[in-house]
Ligand binder design. Structure first.
Ligand code: NDP
Ligand code: MG
Length: 385
């Protein structure tokens, strides 16, 4: 057997993590999974540990109740997760943790590893300039796993960054694209969790329904590709077949098209930017394809508009946007607030000043905590019962 690429997968029990594990199952002669983590789901974590014979295993939100006599190295808690990142040697780390909990692991990966496959967009949004400086400082190669950014990354590499004028992110528009304001006021959790084209974790599914996800992606694109707010646009594309565009300085427009399947950007990232598309999805049948593109409605999806404003203001604004949104989404998932209160809460939080300079991870957490606390107080005010 030749050299097998050593992979660490953080968040292996989630939607992205599971797709990664399933994709790697048939590639055991090329990839060796050397470390995995989950937060609470110890049963699935142990199942993966045993079936892939993974030597390093971390449960970041608890401890195992079993005898650990099977020769594996077990790590516990959030400090255990950071220890595992530091201790285990590998060729690429996939960070597929959800939400702001992914921030510290991302920075730990950047200072100890050479290649990061990054699904956790929140850590780019929160990390901002500090993220890009740290990537540069340690010379890390970052492969975005978000499908739009994976596409844009490949297109920019293919056509040359210096010729690119702007990037255009596609958005499915979520399940409520055609809803009237009256219908928007009565959206249930079940409706919001039913995304028309992608099957994802709960937080990102709600973010996709409010278009906060696209807002986070606009900020993510800015930091990943060094584009300012005027060089990033969003277009609604309900079929999720075109995974974003780049517009060249000479006016040409390039896109990448394929059926929506997260295995594509995940394997592209784990495999150093190379992928045999035909091994993962069947070729698009162009004879049976209708594609639509529409402008997004600022009034219907205020969170996307807020994200553009936060990106313009930079400093603590993107962190506050992310933190307030995370708190509000959690409250919606717990049935404490209505769907439309998510954007109302984030808007109120953003009316405060977030102009502090961010120069350390502590600064990021301080803004994040302040935004969480404010949003939490607003949750009480917007509470349904
Ligand atoms: P899921 O909610 O499905 O999975 C989250 C994973 O992170 C699980 O393994 C979970 O463990 C773990 N986790 C949860 N909380 C913590 C914590 N506090 N500390 C450490 N680990 C934790 O999320 P997704 O897979 O949908 O999304 C993961 C990331 O990828 C997000 O940032 C999302 O925005 C991004 N992304 C996702 C896409 C998708 O298609 N799903 C598409 C593009 C980007 P456990 O199961 O034990 O709780
Ligand atoms: Mg995306």
């Amino acid at each position: 057997m030749g050299y097998r690429k050593r992979v660490m997968i953080l968040g292996c029990t989630g939607s992205i993590g599971t797709t990664a594990m399933q994709s790697l199952d048939s590639l055991r002669s090329s990839f060796d999974i050397v470390a995995i983590s989950a937060h609470k789901n110890h049963a699935k974590l142990l199942y993966y540990a045993q079936s892939f014979n993974v030597p390093n295993v971390c449960l970041s939100g608890g401890s195992f109740e079993i005898e650990q006599t099977d020769g594996r190295c077990f790590y516990y808690g959030s400090s255990g997760l950071l220890d595992m990142i530091r201790n285990v040697e590998c060729d690429v780390v996939l960070n597929a943790i959800s939400g702001s909990a992914g921030l510290e692991p991302t920075f730990e990966i950047l200072s100890h590893h050479t290649t990061l496959a990054l699904a956790n967009k929140e850590s780019i949004v929160m990390g901002g300039d500090l993220f890009t400086q740290t990537v540069k400082k340690y010379g890390v190669t970052v492969y975005p796993v978000d499908s739009e950014h994976s596409t844009i990354d490949s297109l920019i590499k293919a056509h040359g960054d210096s010729h690119v004028d702007s990037v255009i992110l596609t958005a499915s528009g979520g399940p409520f694209r055609t809803f009237t304001p009256r219908q928007m006021a009565h959206i249930t959790i079940e409706q919001a969790l039913n995304h028309p084209t992608w099957n994802m974790g709960a937080k990102i599914t709600i973010d996709s329904a409010t278009l906060a996800n696209k807002g986070l992606e606009v900020i993510e694109a800015s930091y990943l590709f060094g584009k300012n707010v005027g060089s990033i646009d969003v277009v609604i594309h309900p079929q999720s077949v075109v995974h974003s565009f780049i517009r060249m300085k000479n006016g040409a427009l390039y896109a990448q098209m394929s059926p929506p399947d997260m295995a594509l950007p995940i394997m592209n990232a784990l495999n150093g930017g190379h992928i045999e598309l035909k091994d993962i999805v069947s070729p698009l049948d162009l004879s049976d394809l209708t594609l639509r593109f529409e402008k997004f409605d600022k009034n219907q999806f205020p969170l996307l508009d807020m994200a553009f404003h936060c990106l313009k203001s930079r400093k603590g604004y993107p962190i506050a946007f992310n933190g307030a949104n995370e708190t509000a989404v959690l409250a919606f998932l717990k049935k404490k607030i209505s769907f439309i209160s998510i954007s109302a809460i984030v808007q109120e939080v953003l009316q405060h000043s977030w102009s502090e300079q961010i120069t350390s991870i502590e600064d990021i957490y301080s803004v994040h905590r302040r935004a969480n606390t404010m949003a939490q107080q607003l949750v009480e005010r917007y509470r349904i019962e």
